[in-house]
Design a protein around this ligand. Structure first.
Ligand code: 5GP
Length: 217
């Protein structure tokens, strides 16, 4: 279905291991016309991850040629691997009227903010550093060194919450998904989004008032 209203752009960032991908996957299952963008990465797939599902997995060479061709809306080096959002993918969804969530790191969010687009940014906070550490150790076969590196980056990233419009505490999954859904619903109801629909309703009031006036006259 064609839609003349452009979709809204959301960014969700969080320290690695804060559970943002699971959260956003649940969110897009629950909210119609909300899509999660699939990033490109030069990082090798982890066991259980599939190309074209979790990420578009590409070689570093291919990623760098995409950078050179200006294909990315934003990209960043995270833990030594390259990650990026292809502009064309996001644009296609927004132009079709779907709302899009980019799940990207703090550096990527800064780059997109710098483009001056209309967007809403959300920072997902883990309940504590201890919980984050437990999640990082529990979820993967990452080496101790990799876990320590992710924790060090997390300490730096957590302070970036001040740059975001909304904060969602991920203490419990269903509650955190509800918080995210509230943000999307509220953003969709803002004047600039609702104006056309409200004007149609307003028009029926004007017609009715005119009719009454004519009767009185
Ligand atoms: P992971 O390797 O654990 O899947 O992701 C590592 C980090 O890269 C996460 O913080 C994730 O949000 C970030 N990331 C994933 N895709 C992108 C992207 O397209 N751009 C940027 N800037 N960061 C991304």
């Amino acid at each position: 279905m064609s839609n003349s209203v452009r979709g809204l752009l959301f960014i969700v960032s969080a320290p690695s291991g804060a559970g943002k991908t699971t959260l956003v996957e649940r969110l897009v299952e629950q909210v119609p016309r909300l899509r999660m963008s699939r990033s490109y990465t030069s990082r090798p797939a982890r066991p259980g991850e599939a190309d074209g599902v979790d990420y578009n997995f590409v070689s570093r060479e291919r990623f760098e040629s995409m950078v050179a061709a200006g294909e990315f809306l934003e990209w960043a080096d995270v833990f030594g691997n390259l990650y990026g959002t292809r502009a064309r993918d996001t644009e296609r969804l927004l132009a079709a009227g779907d709302d899009v969530v980019l799940v990207i790191d703090v550096q990527g969010a800064r780059k997109v903010r710098g483009l001056g687009l209309d967007l809403s940014t959300i920072f997902v906070m883990p309940p504590s550093l201890t919980v984050l550490e437990q999640r990082l150790r529990g979820r993967s076969k990452d080496s101790e060194e990799a876990v320590q590196r992710r924790l060090a980056v997390a300490r730096d990233e957590v302070v970036a919450f001040l740059e975001y419009d909304y904060i969602v505490l991920n203490d419990e999954l269903p509650a955190a998904v509800d918080r995210l859904r509230s943000i999307v619903v509220a953003e969709r109801l803002k004047l600039r989004r609702m104006r056309a629909a409200a004007e149609l309703v307003g028009g029926t009031f004007a017609t009715a008032a005119k009719g009454t006036g004519e009767l009185r006259g």
